[in-house]
Design a protein around this ligand. Structure first.
Ligand code: ZN
Length: 390
């Protein structure tokens, strides 16, 4: 018998009886046992996918593109655990020569830059980075926070559009991403092919706002020329190039814990504390200064954040019980991050404005209580961040 009372612990949201994802999670549906569709997708991943066959397909894909142009493929790269593992795998296991492409959103942490330097030297790669205009970034952040309750439009969109622009410019038709979205949402199941194309981009990354839309929103202040890093390439250019843009995780079973052990050993990759992340996950989102505020904003809107996500992954991989997950969520999730002050300076708003905007984007039935919040200790490297927003 299902114990339904267990599904309503943690701020009264209905939660999956197997993992802890709540009813406010995007694309979630519960079946008659109270188990969510993301859990069912993971069952499918474990039992119905012939990973040996997928690996053969991956090797065929690599064979088809190896040695044809200046580069065999593009690897979009932030230097976080996923793109670092992907780059290592592409070079060491698939023997491909990549062009490593990075969109710099302006908020990389010092440890990330050190990791990148080490990774690139150890692997020996050509590396291309574009840092977008800081003044434009600040405008985009406030506009997207106001409209969508998400200040990261520029990071989401630049990260996906810029490597595709480079694929077209260098006429390199193969683009390798890392983690498949079917790990944690149901936009694409493990039973369907996931191409990282414009359709996926508008479902998962751009919050339904293209660069062209954004120019309209910002009025006379900016033109499309100012937003070049955010413009997705023309469909015709991508079709002419016959571009294949795929997550590596569609071909090999994605196992973050194992992959972290590999990059630690092979590349001396290092993690660091992230706000709202328990110490058992030293590899999670270590690259981004604003990860704490990003997850906190998600919590204000939806009543859950990264600990729920991380512990669900542990449950799917049989490494944690649901009760252990609930303990970690209660202990670490939803605190006010110290770095919020840093973000507010960049946005040019105060904390009351922040609360007002965040609350208008709430997903019912969740209602956030600002009164009983705890604030997290500052991060060890915060002093080194650029504190002058100008
Ligand atoms: Zn579930």
């Amino acid at each position: 018998m299902t114990d339904w009372s267990q599904t309503h612990i943690l701020n009264n949201l209905r939660r999956c009886t197997r993992c802890t994802l709540p009813e406010t999670h995007e694309t979630i549906v519960f079946d008659e046992e109270g188990v969510c569709n993301i859990c069912r997708q993971h069952e499918f991943k474990k039992t119905n996918i012939d990973w040996e066959k997928k690996k053969v397909e991956l090797n065929e894909l690599a064979d088809n593109y190896r040695g044809k142009g200046a580069y065999d493929c593009i690897v979009p790269f932030s230097g976080g655990k996923d793109s670092t593992f992907t780059l290592w795998y592409i070079i060491k296991k698939l023997n491909l020569k990549p062009l490593v492409v990075s969109f710099d959103h302006g908020f990389y942490r010092p440890i990330n830059l050190e990791n990148n330097e080490r990774t690139q030297r150890k692997l020996g790669v050509d590396f291309l980075k574009l840092r977008s205009d800081w003044k434009i970034v600040r405008k985009l952040m406030l506009e997207s926070l106001d409209r969508k309750g998400d200040f990261d439009w520029h990071a989401h969109v630049g990260t996906f559009a810029y490597p595709m622009q480079i694929a077209v410019k260098f006429q390199t038709p193969l683009v390798f991403w890392g983690e498949p979205s079917s790990e944690y949402t149901a936009y694409y199941g493990y039973d369907s092919e996931e191409e990282v194309d414009e359709r996926r981009n508008s479902r998962l990354n751009n919050l339904g706002i293209t660069a062209e839309d954004m120019v309209g929103f910002l009025g006379d202040e900016v033109t499309l020329r100012d937003l070049q890093p955010y413009v997705y390439p023309k469909l015709k250019d991508l079709q002419d190039l016959k571009v294949r843009s795929v997550p590596l995780g569609s071909y090999i079973p994605w196992n973050v814990k194992e992959q972290y052990e590999i990059i630690k050993k092979e590349l001396d990759w290092k993690g660091i504390r992230v706000e709202g992340v328990p110490p058992q996950f030293p590899y999670e989102k270590t690259e981004y200064q604003l990860q704490g505020p990003r997850d906190y904003l998600k919590f204000i809107k939806r009543g859950y954040a990264r600990v729920t996500h991380l512990t669900s992954i542990e449950i799917w991989n049989n490494r944690m019980t649901r009760d252990e997950a609930v303990d970690l969520i209660e202990k670490y999730e939803g605190k006010r991050p110290s770095s919020l002050v840093y973000l507010l300076k960049i946005l040019g708003i105060d904390e009351n404005d922040w609360k007002k905007i965040a609350i208008t984007h709430s997903i019912p039935p969740y209602q956030h209580d600002f009164l009983n919040e705890e604030t997290e200790d500052p991060l060890p490297d915060m002093e080194q961040w650029e504190h002058n927003p100008c």
